[in-house]
Design a protein around this ligand. Sequence first.
Ligand SMILES: C[S@@+](CC[C@H](N)C(=O)[O-])C[C@H]1O[C@@H](n2cnc3c(N)ncnc32)[C@H](O)[C@@H]1O
Length: 398
Amino acid sequence: MDLDQLATLRTPEGSAALAAAAELAGGDPLTAASALRAAGVPPPLAAAALTQAELRHRAIGKFGPGAAGMFLTRAGLEQATRRVVADRRAERLRAAGVHTLADLGCGLGADALAAARAGIRVYGVEADPVTAAMAAANAAAAGLADLFTVECGDATAFDVTRVDGVFCDPARRTTGTGRRIFDPRAYSPPWDFVTGLAERVPRTVVKVAPGLDHSLIPPGAEAEWVGVDGDLVEAALWCGELAEVPRRATLYRQESGETRRHQLTGSGATEAPVGTVGRYLYDPDPAVVRAHLVAELADELHATLGDPSIAYLYAEHPTRTPYARCLEITDVLPFSLKRLRTLLRDRRVGRVEILKRGSALTPEQLRRDLRLTGDQAASLVLTRVAGAPTVLIGRPVD
Ligand SMILES: C[S@@+](CC[C@H](N)C(=O)[O-])C[C@H]1O[C@@H](n2cnc3c(N)ncnc32)[C@H](O)[C@@H]1O
């Protein structure tokens, strides 16, 4: 997509092509292209409209129904923040007294739009001209063009004294190839610039990949890991006045048809106590594990670790929690393929889910080696207990 194609999509003819393409989204692309051409849409416009329709269709999971009016690029959509996460961040910024915000590297504008919806005046800066034009079009489509404006340029040149808060979500993919960047020092804008923002603007938030090494967390910052329905989606560094606690795990879960938010906080520096394998095993959510809040969770669940280096918790009594999956354990065996196969066959177990932490075995290989037949299901946990390779057999607790 280039700027001319985007401009054409925003004409009445383009809107009609987008509406027609939306009807065809999700079906066979060749059939959709022929249908648009048969309706008199010129081929280049048909191709651009179908790409948008496909991206909008895919974006519904991230943005909800609002995706239908957005302009998107593949790379921009992949890196964009989910609406539920962006809205919460915006609320938190607003509650902390942020009225004007710079979004340095605003991409398609998912975060900036959330801040504008929360009533914050947002100045977006985006280096890529097409992405910047799409962000501006997205602001207009959402009726937020007076609260979110975009300039195309280098975020490092933005005068941050103009605003009372800064948000930066640096690009974590290479331009061109789109390959993932794992080392924050290779982010764009550069990591030194990003972390230096906190020294210049007392209310700074930085979004980072959830794999962030804890040693890179700036001193005094709050590091938050975010999970959505069991997937670890991002981490954020809340700097200066915005830091409330050292570590936070925020989970969004679908419960009874609505999205609920749960937050576990703590120092991230406490060790969980070690005990024996109890009747119930808890497999903490990845956000809790990455935030180093397993000890805080152990405390809530009156649980202990079975091995000091493995984040499974055990307790004698079940406690309802949004922060971990719970299994009732029926058997604890030193790992032996032969013994495990015999036991599962005796119980007619034909289907297993396999969880693992601290085991070099691959679940796919084990599943093949077990050659299971039978009408029963079981959960297998491959782990270590007090250093010894162990397999636990159990079943999920609702
Ligand atoms: C991860 S994306 C932002 C996504 C955005 N927060 C959202 O949720 O839609 C990062 C963006 O920063 C832009 N970028 C990278 N370096 C930049 C720079 N020095 N100045 C301005 N924009 C930059 C990239 O083009 C990319 O669109």
